[in-house]
Every structure is written in structure tokens, then in C-alpha cells.
Design a binder for this molecule. Sequence first.
Ligand code: PEP
Length: 247
Amino acid sequence: MLWVGTSWKMNKTLAEATDFTNGLLDAVAGGAPAGVQPFIIPPATALTTVRAILGPDSPVEVGVQNAHWEDAGAWTGEISVPQAADAGASLVEIGHSERREFFAETDQTVNLKVKATLRHGLRPLLCVGEPAEVFASGGSVAHIMAQVAAALEGVDDVGRVLIAYEPIWAIGEHGREAGPDDIVAVFAALDAEYGDRVEAILYGGSVNQGNAAETLGVDGVTGLFVGRSAWQIDGYLDLLRIAAATV
Ligand code: PEP
């Protein structure tokens, strides 16, 4: 199964979220494309709206972009995994490089969040990625394997985990598109260690309609995690079609 999804980051009003989700609802009315598992990760403000439109039995998984490791308490500004589940999420994005860089997310808090997510029966989408200088010095594989190992420390059953390899130098508007040669070694290492144990291993970073098929052709890539190119419904549906065509 190829997992193909998008996080909207801090974008979309409720009206925009509604438009996108209505378009997706129409597109999956007969079921998701064969072999493809779609998912969308709206901002928390739009979570219940998106879930209400899709309905409880939708083939589309819905997530949150972050959740705290405690179930409840004096953690101003945070939401917990049980709250996310209550609002309709089945998936929790954890450790995106923007969270690590701007919100002091560490390997330790990522690990706590992975455990909290699994404890409540949701699916962690664990994001890992190396900075440009690590890539340039040939340290990508070691960096990524260490990040994943730290995030999964003490987790016995990783069967529900999704790993998203998102090189920091490749994501966002200043990112450069990665070619297969840039990512093949990291995917070989991730696949060898985790390929038959986790749910999927996704690639993210400047994925678009022009490079998606080629990226999915890299050994060990079993999904795409997409930002800008999937923020408009037509772009996202194109990516789902491209993925389905590679199955
Ligand atoms: C991201 O920021 O995680 C991401 C994949 O973004 P983009 O596709 O826009 O590079």
C-alpha cells in the first residue's frame, strides 16, 4: 500500500478546508485508488470540519500535525493524543523539522510522542531528516538511522508506524528537489532495518507531479508526504492518480 498524504501546515481557513475536503470526498466516493492510502493533516482548527465532511468511515485517514505526550493537564497551547482522537484524527505527525527547529522538539520528546500515539491506538507519522551540511558530508544514512532509532527507543511493536524521510534541504519553498540518487542510500538503510516491520516509509521534500513517479520508483519508498504540490485539491488528486499508476 502506498501512503500518499499532505500536511497543510499553518494554512487554510475553514472555508478553504471545506472546499478541499469536498473535492476529496467526491474523488473517493467510490473508494480510494487501488493500492493507495490517502491521508490529510489539516491544522487542528479544521480537524472536526474535515472529519465531519469525510464521515467516520472514509477511506481517507486524517491526522494532526503535533500532539503532546501527556493525556491532559496544564500544558497551555497543546493538544493531547486523546483529544486528537476525539476530534477525529487517526494519525499523528511527529518530529517535523520545523517542529524540531522552531519549537524545541527533541529526539526525546519525539520518542515520548510516538509512545503516546501508539498507547492510544493512533498511527505515528514519524518525520526525520538531515540538514544540508550533513548531506554534503555524506552523513545522511547515519544521521537518519540515529534519529529513527531514538524516536522508536523502547517501542516493541512498530507495526503501526509510518516513517517519513524528509531531508531538510529538500523541503519547503527554499528546498531543492532530490533526485533518486540523493535518497537511494537512506531508503536502502531504512528498508533493510524497518521495511518489513513498519506500515510504510514515505519520502517528503519538494515532491511534485513531475517527480512523484520517479520517487516512488526508488527501492524502499512506499509513500509520499507532500506539502505545496498537494495543497490544492487538483494537485493532490493528480498525485493520488500518479501513485495509483505505479502500483
Ligand atoms: C514538508 O515541509 O514536509 C514538505 C514535504 O513540503 P514540500 O512538499 O512543500 O517541500
